[in-house]
Design a binder for this molecule. Structure first.
Ligand SMILES: NC(=O)c1ccc[n+]([C@@H]2O[C@H](COP(=O)([O-])OP(=O)(O)OC[C@H]3O[C@@H](n4cnc5c(N)ncnc54)[C@H](OP(=O)(O)O)[C@@H]3O)[C@@H](O)[C@H]2O)c1
Length: 290
């Protein structure tokens, strides 16, 4: 049986790392994995997790999704000259009061999460169309389904990806190419460490009014307790990726956690948004503010 050729972005840590390890270590050796990361100095963690027996199913390549040339270099280095399963996973976060976020930070997050994801799909799409087969999976977020205070730009980036993937999915069904968004709630990864976050006490927050700062403090507490109580492990997310990858007719959206749908549902059942905003505000900032 021919191996399925898989290319994954953002494999230095977290979800990308776990997915690359799982697919490269598949007992049937059903996958050939091109695990990409922007900094190859971080590849040891991944390589060590894949046992010697499976080393032939893994290639680690440098790819920065903000660098078009590095994407094209990777495309040209795929020995099989085709990718069956493309996983756009690389992503970064940005958290804090909107008024203190620099233009540079705004551009960077949109460049990685939106332009980087779309650029990666663009590079592999013509070949997938020519083959009339393929599956594109994107690591989505609850932040792409509904708003989260102090994450406005992150949510904007993940909403943008929802729009791009949903639009593309309509076209791609004519080419027998599947599109799936794996919608994650909180996951135990380096994401919170890696995200650009305004810390309480940062000088940049001096210009922010005290009411916003007090709400931000509540948000950070809420976020901490959500991660402590409800965060999933990367293995849970990998199971959902596998369900999508192995399905004969993959869905557009997979939800990794039961926490996601009720809040998303509110947007559909009560589309004017008032109830959603009230519910989220109450959930995060506590009822005594309502
Ligand atoms: N963790 C969560 O709670 C959560 C929830 C919902 C959705 N997600 C999504 O899950 C995806 C993976 O995040 P994670 O949780 O696994 O966090 P993570 O451990 O921080 O992984 C993010 C990965 O993206 C890579 N990356 C960042 N900028 C890049 C660039 N310009 N080019 C290529 N790779 C780049 C990082 O590489 P470096 O090591 O070089 O920085 C890292 O490998 C992201 O799209 C995120 O939005 C995460």
């Amino acid at each position: 049986m021919d191996k399925k050729v898989v290319l994954i972005t953002g494999c230095s840590s977290g979800i990308g790392l776990s997915l690359a390890v799982r697919l490269a270590s598949d007992s049937d050796k059903a996958y050939k994995v091109y695990a990409t990361m922007r900094n190859l100095a971080k590849k040891e963690r991944l390589v060590e997790c894949v046992k010697d027996l499976h080393k032939d199913t893994l290639d680690v390549l440098q790819m920065d999704v903000t660098d078009q040339q590095s994407i094209l270099n990777v495309r040209d280095r795929v020995v099989e000259k085709r990718v069956d399963i493309l996983v756009c996973n690389a992503g970064v976060g940005l958290m804090g009061p909107l008024e203190v976020q620099s233009s540079e930070s705004l551009r960077h997050i949109l460049e990685v999460n939106v332009v980087g994801t779309i650029r990666t799909i663009q590079a592999f799409l013509p070949e997938m169309k020519a083959q009339r087969q393929g599956h594109i999976l994107v690591t989505g977020s609850i932040g792409g389904l509904h708003g989260l205070p102090f994450n406005e730009v992150y949510c904007a980036s993940k909403f943008a990806i929802e729009g791009a993937c949903e639009s593309l999915a309509i076209l791609l069904q004519h080419f027998n190419i599947h599109m799936s968004l794996i919608e994650c709630g909180p996951v135990n990864t380096d994401f919170l460490v890696n995200l650009q976050k305004a810390e309480l006490g940062d000088t940049s927050l001096q210009q922010v009014d005290t009411e916003t700062l007090s709400l931000y403090e509540k948000y950070l507490q809420h976020c901490g307790s959500v991660f402590q109580n409800a965060a999933q492990d990367t293995e849970d997310i990998v199971k959902v990726f596998l369900e999508a990858i192995q399905s004969p007719s993959p869905a557009l959206r997979y939800f990794t956690s039961g926490v996601v749908p009720p809040l998303t549902q509110l947007k559909v059942t009560e589309p004017d948004g008032s109830r959603f905003i009230h519910t989220m505000s109450k959930l995060i900032f506590s009822s005594d503010d309502q």
